[in-house]
Design a protein around this ligand. Structure first.
Ligand SMILES: [Zn+2]
Length: 446
């Protein structure tokens, strides 16, 4: 069988599987996720908004949003009474904002469907694998199609590899984007031809499962960077994308719980809970402030540093790139949501990082370019100023060392449930930030 026939056959099999699936898991008509879960709002007075109190709230509650006088929390059905007791013990008044998150999701979905973009799984029946990366959030399976299509469309500029498996056996993908060898040979006087290391950047998304806009933005960035390299413009780096670091958790947000944050590591003991927070599982400073040893907390750090296959895969790749003498790993970007923030190390302490001035400068370069696109305000600050958290990927990256390290909290400032018509807008502004930062980083290192 010719290679293209084999490919067509595989495609047909994939399509058949997707069509069979489309009516069950991916249908949102009857929302089965989060039945009975609630969203509450707490009012704070001046005495309870101290940072020590806020740290206790973060440890014990799933804080979705806070301002100086109120905090919005997500409360699972199984934790309604324990949360009520916790708040009453602290004399914190609350009111129920959403009585049933399933109904809330259903009404949001209905509003989105009224805007008439057909959902991706439906159009797959037409005979073409959908990759609606600009218009819609994609399932993990659709992301896999997208990545394979990208590599087959751009073989001279894209290399897809699997860098390990998640806890439940899903692939952890890495995509390398690079200048084609033909165009590299043509551009005499390029960095590599002078025998100097080529600059490199590592970008990840999806560490936290419910932050859907993060992998969506990274996939759009990956597409745009690939198009640039194929056109031989703005392709001076080696680009490494890990668009979905937590595929098990992400899949779970599509099937069971839209507000799931962690991975899906099974409980160590019978009465424990599922999941490790993949952004509390790194070294250095693993196990300190802003992380928990209790498996049932949202910020559970795992049993040891890098106890999780997902963080181990990312760590191995980043270390390999950093140790490659042909590369100079200059920039690390980790995409999260929400809050519209550009955060730089340290995250584990409010002490200043040794190169704080450079980090802040790079953050401002990113933010100024970003703001020029849609005039949406993001704030540049040290990560620990938000709230201290140890064991996060950015402190690891900074310790490698990588010079320009940022955790970007994407749109918006209220909710993880960002309408899909903001995917392209979020990408556009952040791509401008990314381009400006990459140019700044090389101009400073020459
Ligand atoms: Zn996050």
């Amino acid at each position: 069988m010719a290679r293209s026939d084999v490919f067509s056959l595989l495609l047909l099999l994939l399509l058949a599987a997707a069509a069979a699936d489309a009516g069950t898991v991916k249908s949102f008509k009857e929302e089965k996720r989060n039945v009975g879960d609630q969203i509450w709002s707490l009012s704070l007075d001046a005495s309870t908004s101290k940072s020590s109190d806020m740290a206790a709230l973060h440890e014990n509650l799933d804080v979705l949003h806070y301002s100086s006088d109120s905090v919005t929390i997500f409360v699972r059905k199984t934790r309604l009474s324990i949360t009520k007791e916790f708040l009453e013990g602290r004399h914190l008044a609350y009111n129920v904002v959403e009585k049933d998150v399933a109904l809330h999701l259903q009404s949001l979905q209905a509003a989105e469907d009224a805007v008439a973009i057909s959902r991706a799984a439906e159009s797959c029946k037409e005979g073409q694998c959908p990759r609606p990366y600009k218009q819609d959030y994609m399932t993990f399976e659709q992301m896999e199609w997208f990545l394979r299509d990208l590599e087959s469309q751009y073989p001279d500029n894209v290399k897809l590899s699997t860098e390990g498996k998640s806890r439940e056996g899903r692939n952890i993908y890495l995509v390398r984007v690079f200048q084609s060898s033909a165009s590299a040979a043509r551009s005499s006087g390029s960095v590599s031809s002078r025998g100097q290391p080529r600059p490199a950047v590592f970008i990840d998304g999806g560490i936290h499962a419910r932050e859907w806009i993060a992998p969506a933005t990274v996939l759009n960035m990956l597409m745009k960077q690939t198009e640039n390299c194929a056109a031989n413009t703005d392709c001076d780096y080696e680009y490494y994308f890990m668009p979905m670091m937590n595929p098990d958790g992400y899949e779970y947000t599509w099937t069971n719980d839209r507000f799931w944050r962690k991975n899906r590591s099974p409980p160590p003991l019978k009465n424990d809970c599922f999941g490790t927070d993949l952004n509390r599982n790194w070294n250095p400073q693993w196990g300190n402030i802003g992380s928990s040893s209790n498996t049932c907390k949202e910020i559970y750090r795992g049993t040891t540093p890098f106890s999780e296959p997902e963080t181990t895969s990312a760590k191995n790749v980043m270390t390999r790139i950093a140790n490659n003498p042909e590369l100079d790993l200059l920039v690390y970007l980790s995409y999260h949501s929400f809050g519209q923030l550009v955060l730089y190390p340290w995250g584990y302490t409010s002490d200043l990082a040794p190169t704080k001035a450079d980090l802040e400068k790079g953050g401002n370069v990113y933010n100024n370019a970003l703001k020029g696109v849609h005039n949406v305000p993001y704030v540049v600050q040290q990560a620990a100023e938000l709230y201290p958290a140890s064991g996060a990927s950015d402190d690891f990256a900074y310790s490698l060392p990588i010079k320009y390290v940022y955790t970007v909290e994407l749109r918006n400032t209220r909710s993880f449930l960002l309408p899909r018509n903001e995917i392209a807008l979020t990408f556009e502004e952040n791509y401008a930030g990314y381009m400006a930062l990459l140019k700044h980083a090389t101009s400073q290192s020459n």
